[in-house]
Design a protein around this ligand. Structure first.
Ligand SMILES: [Fe+2]
Length: 219
């Protein structure tokens, strides 16, 4: 089943869908593109949230507004920003994707250091959670080669946005990553109906159906 591993379709919880009406239309688009399973991953920025408990309450309220779309298999999750100390937050393991031992993690866009790997290891060895690194292709040019290699040599699952296939450089990087045998999954990272709308057609034009199918089997 075609899976969207990363999206901001839940209404009114982050910078994604502003209203339930927009969520509905985003889901309509996903359905037309053949998506059957949707992992709901609103942003969780540790420095902005009062607690995991409070975030889960907000997420449940937002989910109640789209849960009638029973043609989809939904799984609740979060896009957890890696900040210093985040692995020690009480209840952080509850942000793993429901029904899987995976957590979508967003690497910092600046200030990368050994602490990032330490935080990931602290999270995974305490909880057994497998990290799924969000939009890995966005860090080309932002991270040095050795920093990127350090992340790529870890045991993580790598999530790729469909938008990567619109860029020659990112497409080349992703294809090489797939050929290397890394665990790669795809997501729309859709936020709206304009510049960041669901676009799985772009993925289907660039990646063989068998490879997409294989990524759907990660969970
Ligand atoms: Fe995202």
């Amino acid at each position: 089943m075609l899976t969207d591993y990363h999206c901001h379709v839940l209404p009114g919880i982050d910078d994604g869908a502003e209203t339930p009406e927009i969520s509905e239309k985003m889901l309509d688009l996903m359905k037309m593109q053949g998506v059957g399973r949707v992992i709901l991953t609103p942003h969780f920025y540790p420095h902005r949230e009062s607690s995991v408990e409070d975030f889960l309450r907000k997420r449940a309220d937002a989910f109640a507004k789209i849960s009638h779309r029973t043609e989809f298999e939904f799984h609740l999750g979060a896009e957890v920003a890696i900040e210093r100390g985040f692995s020690e937050i009480s209840g952080i393991e509850r942000l793993a994707i429901e029904g899987a031992n995976l957590m979508l993690l967003e690497l910092p866009f600046s200030g990368y250091g050994r602490w990032v790997i330490d935080e990931i290891q602290n999270l995974t060895c305490d909880t057994g959670i497998v990290p799924m690194v969000a939009h890995i292709h966005r860090y080309i040019g932002m991270y040095s080669k050795s920093q990127l290699d350090e992340i790529l040599s870890s045991d993580a699952v790598f999530q790729v946005n469909t938008e990567a296939f619109a860029s020659f450089r990112e497409r080349r990087f992703v294809k090489k990553l797939i050929r290397s045998g890394a665990k790669v999954v795809f997501g729309s990272d859709a936020h709206n109906l304009a510049d960041r709308k669901p676009n799985f057609d772009l993925l289907k034009r660039n990646v063989k159906a068998e490879r997409i199918e294989c990524s759907n089997g990660i969970m």
